[in-house]
Design a protein around this ligand. Structure first.
Ligand SMILES: Nc1ncnc2c1ncn2[C@@H]1O[C@H](COP(=O)(O)OP(=O)(O)OP(=O)(O)O)[C@@H](O)[C@H]1O
Ligand SMILES: *[C@@H]1O[C@H](CO)[C@@H](O)[C@H](O)[C@H]1NC(C)=O
Ligand SMILES: *[C@@H]1O[C@H](CO)[C@@H](O)[C@H](O)[C@H]1NC(C)=O
Ligand SMILES: [Mg+2]
Length: 324
Protein backbone atom coordinates (compact mmCIF):
# COMPACT_ATOMS: atom_id res chain seq x y z
CA UNK A 1 0.00 0.00 0.00
CA UNK A 2 2.69 2.44 1.04
CA UNK A 3 4.66 1.50 -2.05
CA UNK A 4 1.67 2.03 -4.31
CA UNK A 5 0.93 5.32 -2.68
CA UNK A 6 4.54 6.45 -3.04
CA UNK A 7 4.50 5.43 -6.69
CA UNK A 8 1.39 7.45 -7.20
CA UNK A 9 2.79 10.51 -5.42
CA UNK A 10 6.01 10.20 -7.38
CA UNK A 11 4.19 10.01 -10.74
CA UNK A 12 2.00 12.88 -9.76
CA UNK A 13 4.98 14.93 -8.61
CA UNK A 14 6.89 14.32 -11.82
CA UNK A 15 3.89 15.26 -13.90
CA UNK A 16 3.20 18.43 -11.96
CA UNK A 17 6.87 19.36 -12.04
CA UNK A 18 6.98 18.67 -15.76
CA UNK A 19 4.09 21.09 -16.19
CA UNK A 20 5.61 23.69 -13.93
CA UNK A 21 8.76 23.63 -15.98
CA UNK A 22 6.80 23.59 -19.22
CA UNK A 23 8.13 20.20 -20.26
CA UNK A 24 4.59 19.70 -21.32
CA UNK A 25 4.36 16.86 -23.74
CA UNK A 26 1.60 18.66 -25.69
CA UNK A 27 4.16 21.21 -26.74
CA UNK A 28 6.02 18.61 -28.73
CA UNK A 29 4.88 19.98 -32.05
CA UNK A 30 6.18 23.48 -31.41
CA UNK A 31 9.59 24.55 -32.62
CA UNK A 32 11.81 27.55 -32.26
CA UNK A 33 13.56 28.95 -35.30
CA UNK A 34 17.33 29.03 -34.88
CA UNK A 35 19.02 30.98 -37.68
CA UNK A 36 21.78 29.25 -39.62
CA UNK A 37 25.28 30.18 -38.49
CA UNK A 38 24.44 30.53 -34.79
CA UNK A 39 26.81 28.42 -32.70
CA UNK A 40 25.81 26.90 -29.38
CA UNK A 41 28.19 29.31 -27.68
CA UNK A 42 26.48 32.29 -29.39
CA UNK A 43 23.04 31.07 -28.30
CA UNK A 44 24.13 30.50 -24.72
CA UNK A 45 26.02 33.80 -24.46
CA UNK A 46 22.92 35.62 -25.75
CA UNK A 47 20.64 33.88 -23.25
CA UNK A 48 23.08 34.64 -20.42
CA UNK A 49 23.04 38.36 -21.15
CA UNK A 50 19.37 38.81 -22.03
CA UNK A 51 17.45 35.89 -20.58
CA UNK A 52 16.60 34.72 -17.09
CA UNK A 53 20.19 33.69 -16.49
CA UNK A 54 19.19 30.08 -16.11
CA UNK A 55 19.81 28.76 -19.61
CA UNK A 56 18.29 28.64 -23.08
CA UNK A 57 14.52 29.12 -23.52
CA UNK A 58 12.76 25.76 -23.34
CA UNK A 59 11.53 25.83 -26.92
CA UNK A 60 15.07 26.46 -28.15
CA UNK A 61 16.27 23.54 -26.00
CA UNK A 62 13.62 21.29 -27.50
CA UNK A 63 14.52 22.36 -31.04
CA UNK A 64 18.22 21.72 -30.46
CA UNK A 65 17.41 18.31 -28.98
CA UNK A 66 15.33 17.38 -32.04
CA UNK A 67 18.06 18.42 -34.45
CA UNK A 68 20.82 16.32 -32.89
CA UNK A 69 22.26 13.35 -34.78
CA UNK A 70 23.49 10.63 -32.47
CA UNK A 71 26.98 9.57 -33.59
CA UNK A 72 28.32 6.97 -31.16
CA UNK A 73 27.95 5.75 -27.61
CA UNK A 74 30.83 6.86 -25.38
CA UNK A 75 29.80 5.54 -22.00
CA UNK A 76 27.25 3.89 -19.83
CA UNK A 77 26.35 4.52 -16.21
CA UNK A 78 23.81 3.33 -13.70
CA UNK A 79 20.98 5.43 -15.02
CA UNK A 80 21.60 5.74 -18.72
CA UNK A 81 23.95 5.94 -21.66
CA UNK A 82 26.14 8.79 -22.84
CA UNK A 83 26.45 9.43 -26.58
CA UNK A 84 28.51 11.78 -28.67
CA UNK A 85 26.13 13.59 -30.97
CA UNK A 86 26.27 16.48 -33.40
CA UNK A 87 24.16 19.61 -33.62
CA UNK A 88 24.74 21.35 -36.95
CA UNK A 89 28.27 19.97 -36.97
CA UNK A 90 29.16 20.82 -33.36
CA UNK A 91 29.91 17.92 -31.05
CA UNK A 92 27.70 17.58 -27.98
CA UNK A 93 27.27 14.94 -25.27
CA UNK A 94 23.82 13.40 -25.00
CA UNK A 95 22.91 11.56 -21.83
CA UNK A 96 19.96 9.27 -22.48
CA UNK A 97 18.32 8.25 -19.20
CA UNK A 98 16.62 4.92 -18.67
CA UNK A 99 12.84 5.28 -18.56
CA UNK A 100 12.90 4.33 -14.88
CA UNK A 101 15.23 7.23 -14.05
CA UNK A 102 12.90 10.14 -14.62
CA UNK A 103 13.64 11.52 -11.15
CA UNK A 104 17.40 11.65 -11.89
CA UNK A 105 16.77 13.37 -15.22
CA UNK A 106 14.45 15.82 -13.56
CA UNK A 107 16.85 16.65 -10.76
CA UNK A 108 19.87 17.06 -13.00
CA UNK A 109 17.95 19.26 -15.43
CA UNK A 110 16.64 21.38 -12.59
CA UNK A 111 20.06 21.86 -10.97
CA UNK A 112 21.78 22.81 -14.25
CA UNK A 113 19.10 25.45 -14.78
CA UNK A 114 19.58 27.03 -11.40
CA UNK A 115 20.36 30.72 -11.84
CA UNK A 116 24.12 31.42 -11.77
CA UNK A 117 25.09 27.75 -12.12
CA UNK A 118 27.24 28.33 -15.16
CA UNK A 119 30.94 28.11 -14.33
CA UNK A 120 33.95 26.98 -16.32
CA UNK A 121 34.51 24.09 -13.93
CA UNK A 122 30.93 22.82 -14.00
CA UNK A 123 29.91 20.83 -17.10
CA UNK A 124 28.23 23.23 -19.55
CA UNK A 125 24.50 22.56 -19.86
CA UNK A 126 22.89 23.02 -23.28
CA UNK A 127 19.41 21.48 -23.31
CA UNK A 128 17.06 18.92 -21.81
CA UNK A 129 14.16 17.22 -23.50
CA UNK A 130 11.49 14.70 -22.68
CA UNK A 131 9.59 12.86 -25.40
CA UNK A 132 6.78 10.38 -25.52
CA UNK A 133 3.70 9.64 -23.53
CA UNK A 134 2.44 6.86 -21.33
CA UNK A 135 4.84 4.12 -20.44
CA UNK A 136 7.51 4.95 -23.03
CA UNK A 137 9.41 8.11 -22.21
CA UNK A 138 12.72 9.28 -23.62
CA UNK A 139 14.73 11.59 -21.43
CA UNK A 140 17.67 13.53 -22.79
CA UNK A 141 20.24 15.82 -21.27
CA UNK A 142 22.54 17.63 -23.67
CA UNK A 143 25.82 19.14 -22.50
CA UNK A 144 29.25 20.10 -23.75
CA UNK A 145 31.23 17.15 -25.06
CA UNK A 146 34.72 16.54 -23.67
CA UNK A 147 36.60 14.11 -25.86
CA UNK A 148 39.24 13.34 -23.23
CA UNK A 149 36.54 11.71 -21.11
CA UNK A 150 36.41 11.38 -17.36
CA UNK A 151 39.23 11.85 -14.85
CA UNK A 152 38.85 8.14 -14.12
CA UNK A 153 39.61 7.24 -17.76
CA UNK A 154 42.36 9.84 -17.90
CA UNK A 155 44.21 8.59 -14.80
CA UNK A 156 44.24 5.04 -16.17
CA UNK A 157 46.41 6.05 -19.11
CA UNK A 158 48.23 9.17 -17.95
CA UNK A 159 50.88 9.81 -15.32
CA UNK A 160 50.53 13.28 -13.92
CA UNK A 161 53.45 15.55 -13.12
CA UNK A 162 53.00 18.07 -10.29
CA UNK A 163 51.92 20.79 -12.66
CA UNK A 164 49.17 18.68 -14.23
CA UNK A 165 48.09 17.46 -10.78
CA UNK A 166 47.71 21.00 -9.45
CA UNK A 167 45.87 22.20 -12.55
CA UNK A 168 43.32 19.39 -12.18
CA UNK A 169 42.98 19.64 -8.40
CA UNK A 170 42.68 23.42 -8.43
CA UNK A 171 40.10 23.57 -11.22
CA UNK A 172 38.02 20.81 -9.59
CA UNK A 173 38.16 22.70 -6.27
CA UNK A 174 37.00 25.87 -8.05
CA UNK A 175 34.01 23.99 -9.50
CA UNK A 176 33.14 22.45 -6.14
CA UNK A 177 33.53 25.76 -4.37
CA UNK A 178 31.14 27.39 -6.86
CA UNK A 179 28.59 24.62 -6.25
CA UNK A 180 28.82 25.02 -2.47
CA UNK A 181 28.68 28.80 -2.44
CA UNK A 182 25.32 30.40 -1.76
CA UNK A 183 24.83 33.68 -3.58
CA UNK A 184 22.27 35.93 -1.94
CA UNK A 185 19.57 38.03 -3.59
CA UNK A 186 16.52 37.43 -5.77
CA UNK A 187 18.75 36.38 -8.65
CA UNK A 188 20.93 34.38 -6.28
CA UNK A 189 22.00 30.77 -6.10
CA UNK A 190 21.45 28.25 -3.32
CA UNK A 191 24.30 26.26 -1.81
CA UNK A 192 24.47 22.91 -3.63
CA UNK A 193 26.02 19.65 -2.38
CA UNK A 194 26.95 17.20 -5.15
CA UNK A 195 26.78 13.94 -3.12
CA UNK A 196 28.37 11.75 -5.81
CA UNK A 197 31.71 13.38 -6.49
CA UNK A 198 34.19 10.84 -7.88
CA UNK A 199 36.67 10.62 -10.71
CA UNK A 200 34.03 9.25 -13.13
CA UNK A 201 31.98 12.38 -12.61
CA UNK A 202 34.80 14.81 -13.39
CA UNK A 203 35.52 15.46 -17.06
CA UNK A 204 38.84 16.53 -18.54
CA UNK A 205 38.85 19.60 -20.77
CA UNK A 206 41.22 19.97 -23.70
CA UNK A 207 43.57 22.34 -21.88
CA UNK A 208 44.10 20.09 -18.86
CA UNK A 209 41.62 21.70 -16.48
CA UNK A 210 38.45 19.85 -15.54
CA UNK A 211 34.76 20.27 -14.84
CA UNK A 212 32.29 18.61 -12.49
CA UNK A 213 29.39 16.64 -13.98
CA UNK A 214 26.50 14.44 -12.94
CA UNK A 215 24.24 16.47 -10.70
CA UNK A 216 21.38 13.96 -10.49
CA UNK A 217 21.83 13.49 -6.76
CA UNK A 218 22.54 17.03 -5.68
CA UNK A 219 20.77 18.75 -2.79
CA UNK A 220 20.14 22.47 -2.47
CA UNK A 221 20.19 24.59 0.65
CA UNK A 222 18.62 27.99 0.91
CA UNK A 223 19.52 30.02 4.00
CA UNK A 224 16.44 32.31 3.66
CA UNK A 225 14.07 29.46 4.28
CA UNK A 226 16.63 27.27 6.06
CA UNK A 227 15.38 24.40 3.90
CA UNK A 228 17.28 21.54 2.35
CA UNK A 229 15.78 20.44 -0.96
CA UNK A 230 16.50 16.73 -1.42
CA UNK A 231 15.85 14.99 -4.76
CA UNK A 232 13.19 12.32 -5.15
CA UNK A 233 15.55 9.60 -6.26
CA UNK A 234 16.85 7.33 -3.58
CA UNK A 235 20.22 6.38 -5.05
CA UNK A 236 22.95 7.82 -2.83
CA UNK A 237 26.65 7.92 -3.62
CA UNK A 238 28.65 5.22 -5.30
CA UNK A 239 29.89 1.96 -3.97
CA UNK A 240 33.49 1.73 -5.06
CA UNK A 241 34.26 -1.18 -7.40
CA UNK A 242 37.76 -2.48 -7.99
CA UNK A 243 38.67 -2.53 -11.64
CA UNK A 244 41.99 -2.71 -13.45
CA UNK A 245 44.09 -0.63 -11.15
CA UNK A 246 43.97 -0.36 -7.41
CA UNK A 247 41.54 2.02 -5.86
CA UNK A 248 41.61 3.11 -2.22
CA UNK A 249 40.76 0.28 0.23
CA UNK A 250 41.20 -2.40 -2.43
CA UNK A 251 42.91 -4.63 0.14
CA UNK A 252 40.46 -4.00 2.97
CA UNK A 253 37.02 -4.61 1.49
CA UNK A 254 35.58 -7.10 -1.01
CA UNK A 255 35.64 -6.01 -4.65
CA UNK A 256 31.99 -4.95 -4.58
CA UNK A 257 31.72 -3.66 -1.02
CA UNK A 258 28.39 -2.95 0.61
CA UNK A 259 27.74 0.33 2.38
CA UNK A 260 28.15 -1.62 5.62
CA UNK A 261 31.64 -2.85 4.56
CA UNK A 262 32.69 0.71 3.77
CA UNK A 263 31.19 2.12 6.96
CA UNK A 264 33.04 -0.48 9.02
CA UNK A 265 36.40 0.37 7.45
CA UNK A 266 36.03 4.15 7.17
CA UNK A 267 33.85 5.13 10.14
CA UNK A 268 34.30 2.37 12.71
CA UNK A 269 37.90 1.25 12.15
CA UNK A 270 38.77 4.73 10.91
CA UNK A 271 41.17 3.41 8.30
CA UNK A 272 42.34 5.73 5.54
CA UNK A 273 43.83 4.96 2.11
CA UNK A 274 47.50 4.00 2.21
CA UNK A 275 49.76 6.51 0.53
CA UNK A 276 53.13 5.54 -0.88
CA UNK A 277 56.18 6.75 1.05
CA UNK A 278 57.39 8.32 -2.16
CA UNK A 279 54.93 11.16 -1.55
CA UNK A 280 56.99 12.30 1.45
CA UNK A 281 60.04 13.01 -0.66
CA UNK A 282 58.32 15.64 -2.78
CA UNK A 283 57.29 19.01 -1.42
CA UNK A 284 54.22 19.32 -3.62
CA UNK A 285 53.00 15.78 -2.95
CA UNK A 286 53.61 16.25 0.78
CA UNK A 287 51.37 19.31 0.73
CA UNK A 288 48.70 17.44 -1.26
CA UNK A 289 48.86 14.58 1.25
CA UNK A 290 48.38 17.01 4.13
CA UNK A 291 45.39 18.53 2.32
CA UNK A 292 43.89 15.09 1.65
CA UNK A 293 44.32 14.11 5.30
CA UNK A 294 42.53 17.25 6.41
CA UNK A 295 39.63 16.36 4.10
CA UNK A 296 39.15 12.90 5.51
CA UNK A 297 39.30 13.78 9.22
CA UNK A 298 37.08 11.51 11.31
CA UNK A 299 35.20 14.44 12.78
CA UNK A 300 33.14 16.10 10.00
CA UNK A 301 33.50 19.51 11.64
CA UNK A 302 37.29 19.43 11.26
CA UNK A 303 37.19 18.64 7.53
CA UNK A 304 38.14 21.45 5.17
CA UNK A 305 35.56 23.44 3.22
CA UNK A 306 35.76 23.57 -0.57
CA UNK A 307 36.73 27.23 -0.25
CA UNK A 308 39.67 26.39 2.03
CA UNK A 309 40.80 23.64 -0.37
CA UNK A 310 40.55 26.04 -3.28
CA UNK A 311 42.63 28.68 -1.47
CA UNK A 312 45.32 26.23 -0.40
CA UNK A 313 45.60 24.85 -3.93
CA UNK A 314 45.65 28.38 -5.35
CA UNK A 315 48.73 29.14 -3.22
CA UNK A 316 50.44 25.96 -4.40
CA UNK A 317 49.57 26.74 -8.01
CA UNK A 318 51.07 30.20 -7.56
CA UNK A 319 54.27 28.90 -6.03
CA UNK A 320 54.63 26.32 -8.82
CA UNK A 321 53.88 28.98 -11.41
CA UNK A 322 51.19 26.85 -13.06
CA UNK A 323 49.07 28.86 -15.46
CA UNK A 324 45.35 28.21 -14.86
N1 LIG B 1 30.02 15.44 -21.37
C1 LIG B 1 30.74 14.33 -21.62
N2 LIG B 1 31.71 14.34 -22.55
C2 LIG B 1 32.44 13.22 -22.81
N3 LIG B 1 32.27 12.05 -22.17
C3 LIG B 1 31.34 11.97 -21.22
C4 LIG B 1 30.52 13.09 -20.89
N4 LIG B 1 29.67 12.72 -19.90
C5 LIG B 1 29.95 11.43 -19.64
N5 LIG B 1 30.94 10.96 -20.42
C6 LIG B 1 31.50 9.61 -20.42
O1 LIG B 1 30.45 8.68 -20.25
C7 LIG B 1 30.68 7.86 -19.12
C8 LIG B 1 29.36 7.50 -18.45
O2 LIG B 1 28.89 8.58 -17.72
P1 LIG B 1 27.74 8.42 -16.63
O3 LIG B 1 27.72 9.66 -15.84
O4 LIG B 1 26.50 7.97 -17.29
O5 LIG B 1 28.21 7.18 -15.75
P2 LIG B 1 29.47 7.07 -14.75
O6 LIG B 1 29.73 8.39 -14.12
O7 LIG B 1 30.61 6.44 -15.49
O8 LIG B 1 28.94 6.05 -13.70
P3 LIG B 1 27.81 6.30 -12.61
O9 LIG B 1 26.60 5.67 -13.13
O10 LIG B 1 28.36 5.64 -11.39
O11 LIG B 1 27.65 7.79 -12.43
C9 LIG B 1 31.65 8.67 -18.24
O12 LIG B 1 32.41 7.83 -17.42
C10 LIG B 1 32.48 9.40 -19.28
O13 LIG B 1 33.54 8.57 -19.73
C1 LIG C 1 43.00 15.18 -25.20
O1 LIG C 1 43.06 14.26 -26.28
C2 LIG C 1 43.71 14.78 -27.42
C3 LIG C 1 43.55 13.77 -28.55
O2 LIG C 1 43.45 12.47 -28.08
C4 LIG C 1 45.20 15.04 -27.07
O3 LIG C 1 45.88 15.57 -28.19
C5 LIG C 1 45.22 16.04 -25.93
O4 LIG C 1 46.55 16.25 -25.50
C6 LIG C 1 44.39 15.54 -24.75
N1 LIG C 1 44.31 16.58 -23.74
C7 LIG C 1 44.84 16.42 -22.54
C8 LIG C 1 44.59 17.51 -21.55
O5 LIG C 1 45.45 15.43 -22.22
C1 LIG D 1 41.06 26.40 -20.24
O1 LIG D 1 39.94 26.63 -21.07
C2 LIG D 1 38.94 27.46 -20.52
C3 LIG D 1 37.82 27.52 -21.52
O2 LIG D 1 37.23 26.26 -21.64
C4 LIG D 1 39.51 28.83 -20.21
O3 LIG D 1 38.54 29.67 -19.65
C5 LIG D 1 40.68 28.68 -19.24
O4 LIG D 1 41.28 29.94 -18.99
C6 LIG D 1 41.72 27.73 -19.84
N1 LIG D 1 42.79 27.50 -18.88
C7 LIG D 1 44.05 27.34 -19.26
C8 LIG D 1 45.03 27.02 -18.17
O5 LIG D 1 44.42 27.45 -20.41
MG1 LIG E 1 28.53 9.75 -13.80
Amino acid sequence: MIILFSCFCYKHYCKSMAKRHCYNRDLEQDEAFIPAGESLKDLIDQSQSSGSGSGLPLLVQRTIAKQIQMVRQVGKGRYGEVWMGKWRGEKVAVKVFFTTEEASWFRETEIYQTVLMRHENILGFIAADIKGTGSWTQLYLITDYHENGSLYDFLKCTTLDNRALLKLAYSAACGLCHLHTEIYGTQGKPAIAHRDLKSKNILIKKNGTCCIADLGLAVKFNSDTNEVDVPLNTRVGTKRIVEEYQLPYYDMVPSDPSYEDMREVVCVKRLRPVVSNRWNSDECLRAILKLMSECWAHNPASRLTALRIKKTLAKMVESQDVKI
